[in-house]
Design a protein around this ligand. Structure first.
Ligand code: NAP
Length: 362
C-alpha cells in the first residue's frame, strides 16, 4: 500500500461521499487525504461532521476520522494536497458546473457523480465496461481549455446502470438496439440523506423522480456515442422511453426493460451465454474495483432481487434475470445494480482506476 495516490472527496459527508470513504479505506492505489463538504461541516473533524449520520455498516475509517473537513467551495484549500478529486457535492447545477471546472482548471483530475456536466460535449461520461475509449477526449478537453494536468470526467445517472452493460454486451455481438422501454424501481438511498420522508415512501410507490426520466432517455445516447472532432457525438439510432419510480428499498435500483432491435435479432438461448461471457477493459486490466463478471445472469424465475443480489462481486456486478420474449418488442429482461456503489462511488472509483491505467492521473 506504499506510494498510494493522494485523493480528495468533495461532499464527503453525504450518502455518496461516505461510500467513497468506505470503499477507499483499503484501496491499493488511492488514499483519502482530503475531505470537503458544505460550510456547515467545514472546520470540524470528519468524525464530528458525520456524528449521528454515518450511514455505512462498517466503522468510520480511523485515518479519515481525524481529517479536518474543508469547504468544498474553496478550491485553493485542496491545492498541493491531492491530484485526484471525487465530486459528490449536492448544490445547484450551475454552482456545481462552475466549481468542477474551477477544480479541473486548477490542475485536479475530477471524477464527478453530479449531472451538471453530463451533457457537456467534451466531458466524457464513462461506464468503464462500455465506453472506456471516450476517456481519450480528455486530450482535446485539455487542449481546448488550456488545462495541463487537470481534467473532468463524469459518471452517468445511477438509474441507467442496470441495463447499459447487458445492452452493450449484445451490441458487441453485433445486435443493434432500436427502441427501448424501461421502468425503473429506484431505492431511497438514491435521493441522498434524509431523502424521501418515511411517511411518503413506507407502504408506497412514488411514480415520479424529478429529472430522472429525461436523464434515463438521454444519457445512454452519449455513452453509446462516438468520439469525433474533439467531442462526443450522441448515438442517434436509439430511442428510449423511461418510467422512473421511487420504491421502499434502501439500496439497489431495478429496471424492467423491453428492447427492440434494428436488423438481426438474437435468439433467447444465445443471449444468456453472451452476457455470462462478457468481459471488458476493466477486467482485462484487472482494475481493483472491477467485478470479475460484470453481468451475472440468475436463472431463478423470481430474481434479481435488491436484498439478495445488490452486493454481489463487491456490489459492482449487474444482476440480470427474467429474460423472455417481448410480445411488443423483441426481448425483455430485469436488471439490478447497487445504486450507491456501482451506480455512484464504486463506479467513479473504477473510472478513476481506468484513468490512472491510461495515464490521465499523474
Ligand atoms: P447528500 O447525501 O445530500 O450529500 C450532499 C453532500 O454535498 C454533503 O457532503 C454536503 O455537505 C455537501 N454540500 C451540500 N451543500 C453544499 C455546499 N453549499 N457547498 C459544498 N458542499 C455542499 O447527497 P448524495 O446522495 O450523496 O448525492 C451527491 C451527488 O451525487 C448528487 O449530485 C447526486 O445527484 C449524485 N448521485 C447520487 C447517487 C445516489 O445513489 N445517492 C447516485 C449517483 C449520483 P454537508 O454534509 O456539510 O451538508
Amino acid at each position: 500500500m506504499a506510494n498510494r495516490i493522494p485523493v480528495g472527496v468533495l461532499g464527503a459527508t453525504g450518502m455518496v461521499g461516505q461510500n467513497f470513504i468506505r470503499l477507499l479505506e483499503n484501496h491499493p492505489w488511492f488514499e483519502v487525504v482530503y475531505v470537503a463538504a458544505s460550510p456547515q461541516s467545514a472546520g470540524k473533524t470528519f468524525a464530528e461532521a458525520v456524528k449521528g449520520r454515518w450511514h455505512m455498516s462498517t466503522p468510520l475509517p480511523a485515518k479519515v476520522s481525524h481529517l479536518i473537513v474543508e469547504d468544498a467551495g474553496n478550491v485553493k484549500a485542496a491545492q498541493g494536497k491531492c491530484a485526484l478529486l471525487f465530486s459528490a457535492v449536492d448544490l445547484d447545477k450551475k454552482a456545481i458546473a462552475a466549481l468542477e471546472l474551477a477544480y479541473a482548471a486548477a490542475g485536479f483530475a475530477v471524477v464527478s457523480n453530479n449531472s451538471a456536466h453530463r451533457g457537456t460535449p467534451d466531458v466524457p461520461m464513462v461506464i468503464p465496461e462500455v465506453n472506456p475509449e471516450h476517456l481519450d477526449v480528455i486530450h482535446c478537453q485539455r487542449q481546448a481549455r488550456g488545462w495541463t494536468t487537470g481534467c473532468l470526467v463524469v459518471k452517468s445517472n445511477c438509474s441507467i446502470q442496470s441495463y447499459m452493460t447487458p445492452i452493450w454486451a449484445l451490441m458487441q455481438a453485433g445486435f443493434a438496439p432500436k427502441r427501448i422501454i424501461l421502468t425503473t424501481l429506484q431505492a431511497v438511498s438514491g435521493a441522498g440523506y434524509p431523502g424521501v420522508p418515511s411517511l411518503d415512501i413506507v407502504d408506497n410507490i412514488i411514480p415520479y423522480i424529478g429529472g430522472e426520466e429525461e436523464k434515463s432517455e438521454l444519457e445512454p445516447l452519449k455513452i453509446f456515442g462516438r468520439l469525433e472532432n474533439g467531442v462526443i457525438v450522441n448515438n442517434s439510432e436509439i430511442t428510449i422511453s423511461a418510467h422512473c419510480n421511487r420504491v421502499a428499498v434502501i439500496d439497489g435500483h431495478t429496471a424492467c426493460v423491453s428492447l427492440e432491435f434494428a436488423g438481426a435479432k438474437p435468439k433467447l438461448e444465445e443471449i444468456i451465454p453472451l452476457w455470462r461471457a462478457f468481459r471488458a477493459v476493466p477486467q482485462e486490466l484487472e482494475l481493483p474495483m472491477a467485478p470479475k463478471n460484470p453481468i451475472l445472469y440468475n436463472d431463478e424465475p423470481n430474481r434479481p432481487q435488491p436484498r439478495k443480489d445488490r452486493d454481489l462481486d463487491k456490489a459492482m456486478a449487474v444482476t440480470v434475470g427474467r429474460l423472455r420474449k417481448c410480445h411488443v418488442f423483441d426481448i425483455r429482461f430485469v436488471g439490478l445494480h447497487h445504486n450507491t456503489v456501482r451506480g455512484a462511488a464504486g463506479g467513479a472509483i473504477l473510472t478513476a482506476e481506468l484513468m490512472k491505467a491510461k495515464g490521465f492521473i499523474g
